[in-house]
Design a protein around this ligand. Structure first.
Ligand SMILES: C=C(O[C@H]1C=C[C@H](C(=O)CCC(=O)O)[C@@H](C(=O)O)[C@@H]1O)C(=O)O
Length: 273
């Protein structure tokens, strides 16, 4: 399905009925990220998957401002209005987690529960943000100059994804196919507009988030374990789980465990407390 929001065409799919559950993929991903989970989750929820700006079948505009966190969250708010959805359970992975947390901070009445997989509230320090913007711009230029295939080879070999090298071939091919299908302009402008250094830091807003939050990280993903533990201390109503022998993309590396944790969390009527 497609929806035009303020001149940007978003691709999305809806399966099942009940409490809406909105799923947000990571950088280089798409709504295909969540395909393996839809059969299970649609039994209990109205599962909504969407391609974020510059990804999948959603537009990849030249205008970098359309990728900015505030703009994307504004569009997601319009998206839910158009679907007649008052509030959602929200799950975000990595970049999608940053979008999910941003949406929770900007539109708090629209999010009832949040699952936050391998992600970050942004960077607190101005210098840290500037350095990240600089490195993401270099990466954006590499994508534009060398193309998606060259970038994907680089990307799948960064230390963060070392654990994916031991995945079965079909899973590695699935991830690679999703990445290879991306638009170079979309990836480059996503880094520029929605990059970790570009978005606002939400660290000082965490203590205001009263909804139940499930933080999920891979035991081998030390950087995001540190971030997740710090977030758990700041969030009033959060639980933190480290998945044994997993890296960054737990939903791929430990999909059965991941699917159960997510289902149990969203099915728990009482919330965390
Ligand atoms: C490498 C770092 O940052 C990137 C790592 C993960 C994020 C992501 O969405 C990757 C998804 C995937 O390829 O499976 C990405 C993001 O949040 O935009 C970051 O650029 C790092 O060390 O922070």
């Amino acid at each position: 399905m497609k929806m035009d929001i303020n001149g940007m065409t978003y691709a999305f799919e809806i399966s099942g009925t009940g409490q809406p559950l909105l799923l947000l993929h990571g950088f280089t991903g798409s709504m295909e990220t969540w395909r393996p989970f839809i059969k299970m989750w649609k039994e209990k929820f109205q599962v909504i998957i969407i391609d974020l700006p510059g990804h999948g079948q959603t537009d990849s505009p030249d205008d970098v401002s359309r990728y900015r966190m505030e703009s994307t969250c504004f569009d997601l708010n319009v998206f839910l209005d158009r679907l007649g959805i008052e509030n959602v359970y929200l799950l975000g992975y990595s970049m999608g987690g940053r979008v999910a947390l941003s949406f929770t901070c900007l539109y708090p009445n629209r999010v009832k529960k949040l699952v936050f997989e391998s992600s970050s509230p942004g960077l607190e320090g101005k210098l840290e943000r500037e350095e990240r913007v600089f490195s993401d711009e270099k990466l954006a230029k590499l994508i534009e100059e060398k193309g998606v295939e060259y970038f994907v080879h680089y990307w799948e070999n960064i230390p963060l994804f070392q654990t994916q090298k031991t995945l079965p071939y079909h899973l590695r091919q699935k991830i690679r196919k999703e990445r290879m299908g991306q638009n170079p302009r979309g990836l480059a402008n996503s880094l520029r507009g929605m990059g970790t250094g570009t978005q606002p830091s939400w660290w000082h807003q965490l203590n205001k988030i009263q909804i139940p939050v499930q933080l999920i990280v891979g035991e081998k993903d030390s950087k995001f374990c540190r971030i997740g533990k710090r977030m758990e201390s700041a969030l009033p109503n959060a639980q933190y789980v480290e998945i044994e022998n997993a890296g960054h993309a737990i939903h791929v590396e430990k999909s059965e465990i991941f699917g159960k944790i997510v289902m149990d969390f969203f099915m728990n009527k009482e919330g965390i407390h």
